[in-house]
Write a protein that binds this ligand. Structure first.
Ligand SMILES: Nc1ncnc2c1ncn2[C@@H]1O[C@H](COP(=O)(O)OS(=O)(=O)O)[C@@H](OP(=O)(O)O)[C@H]1O
Ligand SMILES: Nc1ncnc2c1ncn2[C@@H]1O[C@H](COP(=O)(O)OP(=O)(O)O)[C@@H](O)[C@H]1O
Length: 369
C-alpha cells in the first residue's frame, strides 16, 4: 500500500532518517513514556509493506511492518524504515538536523511563538506552516542570533506536556547539548478560534451557528467564517457519503480548514453532526495547535429533532429509505468534553446563542470589544 504523508508526518520521517530516534530507523507502537516515532493510519487497512509518499506523491521510503494495533483512532504500525530517495527539500534545509552538523552548546526552543527575547541561540519549530517559520527565522537572523530549525513531528500519540518533553529531547539529540524550552501559553498568533458545533440532524446547529456568526461579526474585529454543513458537503466534501470513513474525512477536512483560518487569527465556526468522539478529538488537536477550541454540544433530544423533521429525513430513515441515519440507524456518541451544552431543555435559539457566546468570551475579554 501507499501512504501520502502530511507535513508533520514528513517531519517525523526526516527525524527518523536523521537518527533523532536512535540508530535503527523505525516506527514504534505508541508509548507515552518513550521518545519514539509513531505512525497512525486512518480509513484504510495497513499492509505488510507501506510505501511512504511525500506531498508531491513521490515514494521516499518504505516500511516493513512487523507489528500493528488498531484503536478507535485508526491503526498504529511499527516497523523498519528504509529510505528510497531524498524527499523534496524542506524549508531552511541547512538549519535543520543532518549528519555531521555540530551540536550547539545551548539553545532556547521556542514553542508556540515566533520571537524569543534575548540573544541566545534559538531553535524554531517547523510545524508545517512555511510562512510562519520563515518569519521566525528571519526575525532571529535580523537580530544576528544563531538560529536552527527543528522539524516538529506529528507524534500523534502525545499531547500536552509529553509532547513538549519529546520536542525538547529531539532538540537535545539533534541540535544543542542543553535546551531550555520557552513556551507561550496563548494561541500562537492573534486570537484564532475554532468553534465546533456537534449534535443530531435538526438539533439546531446551523441556526445557532448562523446567529453566533452574526454576533461575532458585529462584536469583534476578527474575521469570522462559517463553514456551514450543507455548503461544506457541496464544495469541500462533494462525493462523500455517510459511512464512518466518509464522515471522518468530511469532519477532518472541516477541522483542517477551520484550523488554518484560526492559525491566521480568524474565527471559524463549523456545524457538522460530527457523531464520533474520535473525530471531534482530532479537530480539537488540530485547532488547539492553531488557537483556541470550543466544543458546543447542541443536545436537543432525538424526539424533538424528529418532530421538527424540517427536511423529512427522519421519516425517510424510519421508513428505511435512508440508511445509516444518525440517531436512527447510525451512532451518535454524546460528548463528555463539551465546553458548553445547549438545547437539552427547550431553550430558544437566542438563549442558546447567548450561552455559546458566554462560553467563548468567558474570561477572555479580548474577543469582544
Ligand atoms: N445518513 C445520514 N445521516 C445523517 N445526516 C444525513 C444523512 N443523509 C443525509 N444527511 C443530511 O446531511 C447532513 C449531515 O451532514 P454532516 O456533514 O453534518 O454529517 S457528518 O458530520 O459528516 O456526520 C444532515 O444535515 P443537518 O440536518 O443540517 O445536520 C442531514 O440533512
Ligand atoms: N432552539 C430552538 N428552538 C426551536 N426551534 C429550533 C431551535 N433551534 C433550531 N430550531 C429549528 O429547528 C430546525 C432545524 O434546525 P437546524 O439549525 O437546521 O438544525 P441542524 O443544523 O442541527 O440540522 C429549524 O427549522 C430551526 O428553525
Amino acid at each position: 500500500m501507499q501512504l501520502r504523508l502530511t507535513r508533520t508526518q514528513l517531519n517525523e520521517l526526516e527525524l527518523i532518517l536523521a537518527g533523532a530516534y536512535g540508530t535503527r530507523p523505525r516506527y514504534h507502537l505508541p508509548t507515552v513514556a518513550g521518545h519514539v516515532a509513531t505512525l497512525l493510519i486512518r480509513d484504510v487497512t495497513a499492509g505488510r509493506q507501506i510505501e511512504l509518499l511525500d506531498t508531491e506523491t513521490t515514494p521516499i521510503a518504505v516500511i516493513e511492518v512487523d507489528e500493528s494495533t488498531t484503536t478507535d483512532r485508526g491503526t498504529w504500525v511499527a516497523g523498519t524504515v528504509t529510505a528510497l530517495r531524498e524527499p523534496a527539500t524542506p524549508p531552511f534545509a541547512p538549519l535543520r538536523p543532518g549528519p555531521g552538523r555540530p551540536l550547539l552548546d545551548h539553545a532556547v526552543l521556542a514553542v508556540g511563538h515566533d520571537h524569543v527575547p534575548g540573544d541566545e541561540p534559538v531553535i524554531h519549530l517547523d510545524a508545517g506552516d512555511p510562512e510562519a517559520l520563515s518569519r521566525a527565522v528571519h526575525t532571529a537572523q535580523r537580530d544576528r542570533r544563531t538560529v536552527r530549525v527543528l522539524p516538529e513531528p506529528a507524534a500523534e500519540h502525545l499531547d500536552g506536556d509529553a509532547r513538549i518533553e519529546l520536542l525538547s529531547h529531539l532538540a537535545e539529540v539533534t541540535t544543542a547539548g542543553h535546551v531550555t524550552v520557552s513556551r507561550r501559553q496563548r494561541a500562537p498568533r492573534g486570537n484564532g478560534l475554532v468553534v465546533l458545533f456537534t449534535g443530531l440532524s435538526g438539533s439546531g446547529k446551523s441556526t445557532i451557528a448562523r446567529q453566533l456568526t452574526g454576533r461575532l461579526r458585529a462584536e469583534t474585529h476578527q474575521r469570522v467564517t462559517l463553514l456551514d454543513g450543507d455548503e461544506v458537503r457541496a464544495m469541500l466534501s462533494s462525493g462523500l457519503g455517510f459511512s464512518r470513513a466518509d464522515r471522518e474525512l468530511n469532519v477532518r477536512r472541516i477541522g483542517w480548514v477551520a484550523s488554518q483560518l484560526a492559525a491566521h487569527g480568524g474565527i471559524a465556526i463549523c456545524a457538522p453532526i460530527a457523531p464520533y468522539r474520535s473525530m471531534r478529538d482530532e479537530v480539537r488537536t488540530m485547532a488547539e495547535r492553531a488557537g483556541r477550541f470550543v466544543l458546543v454540544h447542541v443536545a436537543t433530544p432525538l424526539e424533538v429533532c424528529e418532530a421538527r423533521d424540517r427536511k423529512g429525513l427522519y421519516a425517510k430513515a424510519r421508513a428505511g429509505e435512508i440508511a445509516e441515519f444518525t440517531g436512527i440507524s447510525d451512532p451518535y456518541e454524546d460528548p463528555t468534553d463539551a465546553d458548553v451544552t445547549v438545547g437539552a431543555h427547550g431553550e430558544s435559539i437566542e438563549e442558546c446563542t447567548e450561552q455559546v457566546l458566554a462560553a467563548i468570551t468567558g474570561g477572555v475579554g479580548s474577543y469582544i470589544i
